[in-house]
Design a protein around this ligand. Structure first.
Ligand SMILES: Cc1cc2nc3c(=O)[nH]c(=O)nc-3n(C[C@H](O)[C@H](O)[C@H](O)COP(=O)(O)OP(=O)(O)OC[C@H]3O[C@@H](n4cnc5c(N)ncnc54)[C@H](O)[C@@H]3O)c2cc1C
Length: 481
């Protein structure tokens, strides 16, 4: 067996979270090995946020052009996927090549190893024949993979996940989207705007089921207006592929056909691949549970999607800052000096004092999330249902965007609303939803309100610029009851 090589920190998985942790710890002077089996940067730049938002930007331009009629004359639009595919290939992903990202990491002082890594006993990580012994810690940033349901006949067919949907150079004539969550709706709307016949099949009784029911209604109506067929309450029971196309047999005798099938039914961490049993951890869990400093157990941290705290790049980055602070704090104590590498202040100022108390703790109360459909669905904190379930003395404020000056001016494409969930006992917002053409941007003020627990009375006394979309927040505040 190979003699373990001793290093300070081993980071397994260099997606958004892992790359940030590994790069910043290396910059701080620790010897860091970063191990990635696929592409450095992970899902977000290659098959997630960035290419999907490039697709959405293009699809929204088509939709806006179609809104010229009646507002500003006439416009003829001839959608063409080629520039979108080219932009994703050339600008976003370097043809799915991570050379630049690897150099970015090694340029920060990290040592890069390509391969599949797993724990090999306490403090040890194995990748192929190499074994590393981590002096200060091991960080898992191994993310998630698409969770594909065990539908009869599905395995072995050429179904798409978000990978194929992102890499597609020529669009199919028709597409079945299995799953009406954020990713399913975003991609369904993109493809329908480029002329693909799109059908969404969702097992639950509404799309975007984790958000407010009013948001589901607006999103479903917008997609239907674009031409998407939406079927909710339909469980997929069997799939077949005849070489030309797919047939999906659903509950209640339903049947759908299309050239392509995109499966976007959630994501799953693959803990069974990580050798967790070699340190006595349970690999059968859905995600890797962490405490508020992202510690899994002594000497092991996790960051990003694998923690199950929310599958968003901003969560991975938020958690990364905490992991970095905690690992550096740990390293400082291990060295028995306040700041061995002289880098105490490198982590966003969080490491100024050499004490555990200086390590920030994760707090997800004001977790923002945006579904980039048109209109966008932005939300933060608790939905009304979640707040009531927690026994909060709930007050609701609601206003439609179309009744605001800006919504009325915007006219076509002004669908949306602001919904506020307040705790009547404490007088602060505990959740909010902002749906509209700039729903995700309008959300930012509401995130501040929930995060900082700004009293509703203060929010009512603010000045809201006229005529912005965010001015509708004032109307929603006025309607709180
Ligand atoms: C279509 C789509 C659109 C999205 N849009 C948005 C958006 O608009 N905004 C947003 O905030 N989020 C979005 N997300 C979510 C976002 O991409 C993820 O939250 C983010 O990538 C999580 O980062 P991560 O570091 O946890 O994991 P990942 O990015 O998944 O990276 C994990 C890395 O670990 C590697 N790995 C796993 N196991 C091992 C192992 N044993 N050894 C070595 N390497 C390993 C993997 O190869 C991978 O590169 C989107 C996701 C998808 C799929």
């Amino acid at each position: 067996m190979a003699e373990p090589e001793v290093v300070d920190v081993v980071v397994v998985g260099l997606g958004v979270g892992g790359e940030e942790v590994a790069g910043r710890l290396a910059e701080a002077g620790l010897s860091v090995v970063g191990i990635e089996r696929d592409l450095v940067g992970g899902e977000c730049p290659y098959w997630g946020c960035i290419p999907s938002k490039m697709m959405i930007r293009a699809a929204n331009a088509i939709a806006e052009a179609r809104r010229v009629d009646g507002l500003a004359g006439t416009a003829q639009v001839q959608p063409d996927w080629a520039p979108v595919a080219k932009r994703i290939r050339e600008e976003a992903t370097d043809n799915w090549d991570d050379r630049v990202a690897v150099e970015r990491f090694t340029g920060r002082g990290g040592r890069f190893v390509r391969g599949d890594a797993r724990l090999d006993g306490p403090g040890r990580v194995r990748v192929g024949e190499q074994v590393f012994q981590a002096r200060h810690g091991i960080v898992f940033g191994t993310g998630t993979k698409p969770s594909v349901p065990p539908i009869d006949g599905l395995a072995g067919t050429p179904y798409w996940t978000n990978h194929q949907a992102t890499e597609v150079a020529e669009l199919p004539e028709s597409l079945l989207v299995l799953g009406g969550g954020a990713i399913g709706l975003e991609l369904a709307q993109v493809f329908v705007r480029f002329g693909v016949r799109v059908t969404v099949v969702e097992a639950l009784d509404r799309v975007l089921a984790i958000e407010e029911p009013e948001a589901s209604e607006v999103a479903a109506a917008a997609l239907r207006a674009d031409g998407v067929q939406i079927h909710t309450g339909v469980k997929a029971e069997r799939v077949s592929h005849d070489g030309q196309g797919f047939t999906l047999h659903g509950s209640g005798g339903t049947e759908f056909t299309a050239e392509r099938l995109l499966v976007v039914t959630g994501r799953r961490a693959h803990l069974e691949e990580l050798g967790l049993d070699t340190v006595g951890l349970d690999a059968k869990q859905r995600f890797l549970p962490v405490d508020d400093r992202l510690r899994v157990t002594d000497g092991i941290w996790a960051v990003g999607d694998v923690t199950g705290e929310g599958a968003f790049t901003h969560i991975a980055m938020y958690q990364a800052a905490i992991v970095i602070a905690d690992v550096l704090d740990h390293a400082r104590h291990a060295h028995g000096t306040p700041d061995p590498s002289g880098t105490a202040n490198m982590v966003g100022g969080a490491m100024g004092a050499a004490s555990e108390a200086s390590v920030p703790r994760a707090d997800y109360r004001a977790l923002p999330r945006v579904t980039f459909t048109d209109p966008e669905v932005g939300a933060v904190g608790l939905t009304e249902h979640q707040a009531r379930q927690r026994g909060i003395n709930v007050q609701i404020g609601f206003t439609k965007l179309g009744t605001s000056s800006r919504g009325w001016i915007h006219q076509v494409g002004d669908d949306g609303f602001i919904k506020l969930v307040a705790d009547a006992n404490t007088g602060v917002l505990v959740g909010a939803t902002s749906v509209g053409p700039a729903g995700g941007e309008v959300l930012s003020g509401l995130v501040v309100a929930v995060h900082a627990a700004v009293p509703v009375i203060q929010l009512r006394r603010m000045i809201y610029a006229y005529p912005t979309f965010h001015r509708a927040i004032e109307d929603a505040l006025r309607s709180l009851k």
